[in-house]
Design a protein around this ligand. Structure first.
Ligand code: NDP
Length: 294
């Protein structure tokens, strides 16, 4: 039987609608969650992401401000802006869009953000909180993957989970979240010896390597739940301007074996911004000492 196709687009729309309701309730009590996004330079993909973040934050009823700075911005100027936003009580979440232009140090920038406002979950304090099981602002894409997994599987206790990729943004926090959900976790990477065999053992397979169609259908354990984080553009076919977007998993083959699988596009991708909004509401509530309704 073909796999259940996990509809991240619909889940994300539902989550954003629930957040809009929650924000309306908070605003009625005088708390309007505020998100500040900083974009340095002209990277076209970053411009698209930042516009979507601003639009969706506004649609959810939040206060959203984007700071567009020239590529020549100095580290001191960027530090000064982050310092002002840290001190601004109307701002609950601060996100610096990465990658930064050459000459700016992403580690220093992330560390300058007040951990209480670190809605990207990349500050060392957030990373430490997640690793030690303390309440944490969690990186948005792995958080979105967990929401989809819980929606499909409910309790994940005891499942054998494999994460392919060990980046700070995705693979490592994903491993931590699965561990916290009582999975038995393996994290694979480019030096893993027999990736196919590791995959075949996994009840839950999260692919985040950035390698188009790398995970083959016969690498999937029958009935497994497959979360494909990869977003890769193939070279264009003759006569086409743009190549097709594909994940890290060979979807057509994998869906014949898996129990459930996310498509690309329309799976994990739409979850990331929804989780950014969720983190912003979370940060605002924590700062105001308000308990969230769910
Ligand atoms: P990185 O390039 O930072 O990390 C890739 C990881 O995959 C590394 O740990 C690398 O191993 C591992 N890897 C690379 N090749 C192989 C291989 N052949 N076998 C096993 N492991 C391999 O990428 P990100 O984590 O930032 O992103 C991963 C993918 O997810 C990308 O396609 C990206 O576009 C997508 N993405 C999607 C998001 C969304 O849906 N909103 C958000 C974030 C990312 P090593 O450490 O050994 O080099």
């Amino acid at each position: 039987m073909p796999a259940h196709i996990i509809d991240g687009k619909a889940f994300s729309a539902g989550l954003r609608a629930r957040l809009a309701d929650e924000v309306k309730g908070l605003a009625g009590r005088g708390l309007v969650p505020g998100l500040a996004v900083i974009l340095v330079g002209e990277d076209p993909a970053s411009q698209v992401y930042v516009r979507s973040k601003e639009r969706m934050a506004r649609e959810a009823g939040m206060a959203s401000t984007t700071y567009r700075l020239p590529a020549e911005t100095t580290q001191a100027e960027l530090d000064a802006l982050i310092g002002r936003l840290n001190a601004d009580e109307a701002v609950h979440g601060i996100l610096v869009q990465l990658p930064l232009p050459a000459g700016l140090d992403p580690h220093r920038v992330v560390e300058a953000i007040d951990p209480a406002k670190d809605v990207d979950g990349l500050h060392p304090v957030s990373v430490g909180n997640l690793a030690s099981g303390a309440p944490a602002l969690v990186p948005c894409t792995p958080k979105g993957c967990m929401m989809l997994l819980r929606d499909v599987l409910g309790d994940l206790t005891g499942a054998r989970a494999l994460v392919v990729g060990r980046s700070n943004l995705m693979g490592k926090p994903m491993g931590q979240l699965l561990l916290a959900a009582n999975c038995t976790v393996t994290v694979a990477h480019s030096r893993t010896r027999d990736l196919a065999e590791e995959c075949r053992r996994a009840d839950i397979l999260v692919a985040a390597a950035g390698r188009p169609l790398m995970v083959k259908g016969d690498w999937i354990k029958p009935g497994a739940t497959v979360i494909d984080v990869g977003i890769n553009r193939l070279p264009p076919e003759p006569g086409q301007e743009k190549g097709r977007l594909v994940g890290d998993v060979d979807f057509d083959a994998a869906k014949e074996v898996a129990g459930a699988i996310t498509p690309v596009p329309g799976g994990v991708g739409p979850m990331t911004i929804a989780c950014l909004l969720d983190n912003t509401v979370e940060a605002a509530c924590r700062m105001a000492g308000v308990e969230r309704g769910r």
